[in-house]
Design a protein around this ligand. Sequence first.
Ligand code: G
Ligand code: G
Ligand code: MN
Length: 256
Amino acid sequence: MRRNEIMQRLPLALEAGLIVPHLQPIVEIGSGVIVGAEALARWDDPLIGPVPPDEFIAIAEETGLIVPLGLHILDRSLALAASWPERLSLSVNLSPAQLGDPSLATTVAQMLDSYEITPARLCLEVTESSVMSNIDRGIALLHDLRSLGLVLAMDDFGTGFSSLSMLRRLPVDVLKIDRAFVSGDDGKGDPRLVRAVIGLAQEFGMVTLAEGIETETQRRLLWRQGCKRGQGWLFGRPVSADEFERLIQETVLPVT
Ligand code: G
Ligand code: G
Ligand code: MN
């Protein structure tokens, strides 16, 4: 019942602008200084109430609505980033279906242009599975995107089914260390896997960004191992655009 309700309501909600980006701070792990944010779609509907993102993102992927939804989040979050200080970057998730859109690179270029955003401030996050569905086309599109001057990150790395050899073929700059390895569902994660991912990233000339940092212990471990950037509840949950603007006026949280 609920699922049908969400499915029916989703296109209307998107049209009505009810689906908006919230922003989770991305920090320099050592200093705690905010260096950017990841845009995460949120939907609070006046008729059916708040809908959790994992539910509506999954439904949007099934119905193909993820393509316009993804572009909407990209557009709205770029509009926000245009008013932030130049030093702050913006990360936006790309879904597998978006990587099948031949006009994606042109659209992204037009958006950057119209908001007058330096391409290097935008990071697009792709998952292993999004490239796997059509490897050659996916890789070609990633090269097109990267040639615009923006940054590419691999999201959810090491949790899917892809092989390590993908690291050699994908033109990505940033490897995101999955929350499952950093904190997991039990708050423990696995420091051995964290170390291994940091080592792999170094071998391939990529930068690491840790997700799901919840405790000072996790933070210190990452910092000691040379992971420079991260995000997680320790530093900040995803917040509304207004709240994020307030955050970037202040927050400094040095390592202890
Ligand atoms: O905050 P969190 O519960 O937002 O996100 C749930 C899942 O939904 C995560 O896997 C996240 O990557 C994904 N997600 C959130 N916003 C977007 C979006 O704008 N586009 C895509 N493709 N995925 C998103
Ligand atoms: O798949 P992706 O990495 O884009 O999704 C990010 C997801 O992780 C979102 O659902 C976001 O709300 C969630 N998240 C972000 N920081 C933390 C954290 O510190 N702990 C937990 N448990 N979830 C987090
Ligand atoms: Mn992400």
